[in-house]
Design a binder for this molecule. Structure first.
Ligand code: MN
Ligand code: MN
Length: 464
């Protein structure tokens, strides 16, 4: 016979907060839905290693779901599904809802750039019969993680005649890869004594790209590298000046763990939030609300510039929507709601000392809400209001979303920001919602399949 619950147990159930783990969900259909969703995500991750590739891949997905291209000034129709391609580097998907626009727009904003190594404008040089490309790292990397790993070159080169060529080397099975070399342990005694921040310098992160000379002359190896690039892409050395070439890990997304419960891959930050936001808006066929899914660039370097979230473009687009559908722009902004979709640090028991576990994101405990981000006394955060958090909380709970709250590590240990404050500064209520990540910003990051699935449920509920 089942023992009856004590008075204390019953009161605890009523009064205590208990974090839910997605594995408590015993339904077999749940597990198969989680595993199936992750398959689509892995494909997306592999085809979208840079912001440009993420834009291209998402446009294909959007077109297949009835979205058509919008240009500034075009007329927007109620019920219309549109994408706005901002210079191939950031993307806006939006659906014009059927309700009064002055009820506001529901916005999901994530970013599609990730930490990596950018090539300098004069990258190519030869040293002791080996050819290298000089890099300038992009975003917050821990330099030691980027040596002796396989790297691929991605990007575009604008030639003198204005034509643009796409470059991808290192992704296909038969492709060569590149790497940054490291010292052998036998000769690293002095290096090993240095503090970690001083072991690798930014100027030392030079990509090894070849060694065969072209005939007999000065800088014959450099010449051969240019000859190979010229044959394949028709480019010359001066074309590097108008290029965006980046080195990213030449790895594919893979299941991690005997149980395949995790996905390991490059660029989970922030594609693990972009993908569920994209699929949520694409799947939405009958929204009364006007919906917008923003895929921003430049988050990792401060959201500046024409493709970053600090650009006025988001409000320009909202204004255009107002012009077409009718609605007071300022009222629309004031009634809009935004989920800033970005990752959070997953609690890592190997480094427990930097986390305050009660307020940390646990892997498999669902999508994470962060009321505030920032650092040192909540500096640089929009800090969502209790009322807005309450509103989002009730949407998630009404739709059975498994979610938790967290901040990034212990107070004063570090911190970090997202695009939330740039959107909130436009008088739009915004809160951070994302997926917990292990080894964030490393060439290979780790997420739990349950958590991305819950992110998809969360964004879908928000769009409903
Ligand atoms: Mn991020
Ligand atoms: Mn980041």
């Amino acid at each position: 016979m089942k023992k009856e619950k004590s008075r204390e147990e019953l009161l605890k159930e009523k009064l205590f907060y208990k974090k839910k783990n997605a594995f408590d969900e015993k339904d077999e259909n749940y597990k198969s839905a989680v595993m199936a969703y992750a398959e689509g995500y892995k494909k997306f991750l592999d085809s979208a290693k840079t912001e440009r590739e993420a834009v291209k891949t998402t446009i294909e997905m959007a077109r297949a779901n009835g979205f058509c291209e919008y240009k500034l000034g075009d007329k927007i129709e109620k019920g219309g599904r549109y994408f706005f391609n901002n210079r191939g580097k950031s993307l806006y998907l939006f659906i014009a809802g059927t309700e009064d626009l002055e009820n506001g727009i529901r916005i999901c904003a994530s970013h599609i750039d990730s930490p990596r190594l950018d090539m300098k404008q004069h990258p190519l040089y030869e040293s002791d019969n080996m050819a290298y490309l000089k890099t300038h790292y992009y975003g917050g990397i821990r330099k030691y993680q980027w040596v002796t790993i396989p790297l691929a070159l991605h990007g575009v080169v604008t030639k003198a005649d204005g034509s643009v060529v796409d470059v991808t080397i290192g992704e296909d099975e038969g492709d060569p890869i590149f790497c940054i070399t490291d010292l052998l342990p036998h000769l690293a005694q002095e290096q090993a004594q240095k503090p970690m921040a001083k072991v690798f310098s930014g100027e030392g992160l030079n990509l090894l790209i070849g060694s065969e000379p072209y005939g007999e002359c000065d800088e014959a190896v450099k010449l051969n590298m240019l000859a190979i690039l010229n044959e394949k892409y028709g480019i010359t050395e001066s074309d590097f000046i108008s290029a965006e070439l980046v080195a990213v890990p030449a790895i594919k997304a893979k299941d991690l763990g005997l149980d395949r419960s995790f996905v390991a891959g490059y660029g989970h930050d922030d594609r693990v939030c972009s993908y569920p936001a994209i699929t949520a808006i694409l799947e939405n066929k009958d929204s009364v609300h006007t919906l917008m899914c923003v895929l921003a660039d430049k988050e990792e370097t401060g959201s500046e510039g024409v493709s970053g979230m600090q650009c006025d473009l988001i409000v320009d687009l909202m204004e255009e929507i107002c012009k077409s559908l009718g609605g007071n722009f300022n009222v629309v902004k004031a009634n809009s709601m935004c989920l800033s979709a970005d990752v959070n640090a997953g609690y890592d028991p190997l480094y427990a000392e930097v986390y305050e576990k009660r307020n940390s994101a646990l892997m498999n405990c669902g999508v994470v809400m962060s009321k505030y981000t920032g650092s040192r006394g909540k500096s640089s955060t929009s800090d969502a209001s209790a009322e807005y958090v309450g509103k989002i909380r009730s949407i998630f709970d009404a739709n059975g979303v498994i979610w938790q709250t967290a901040e990034l590590g212990k107070v004063d240990v570090g911190g970090g920001g997202t695009v939330a404050m740039y959107i909130a500064n436009h008088n739009i209520d915004t809160v951070d919602i994302g997926v917990p990540v292990l080894s964030m910003h490393a060439p290979m990051e780790v997420i739990a399949k349950n958590d991305i699935y819950e992110a998809h449920k969360a964004f879908s509920a928000f769009c409903k």
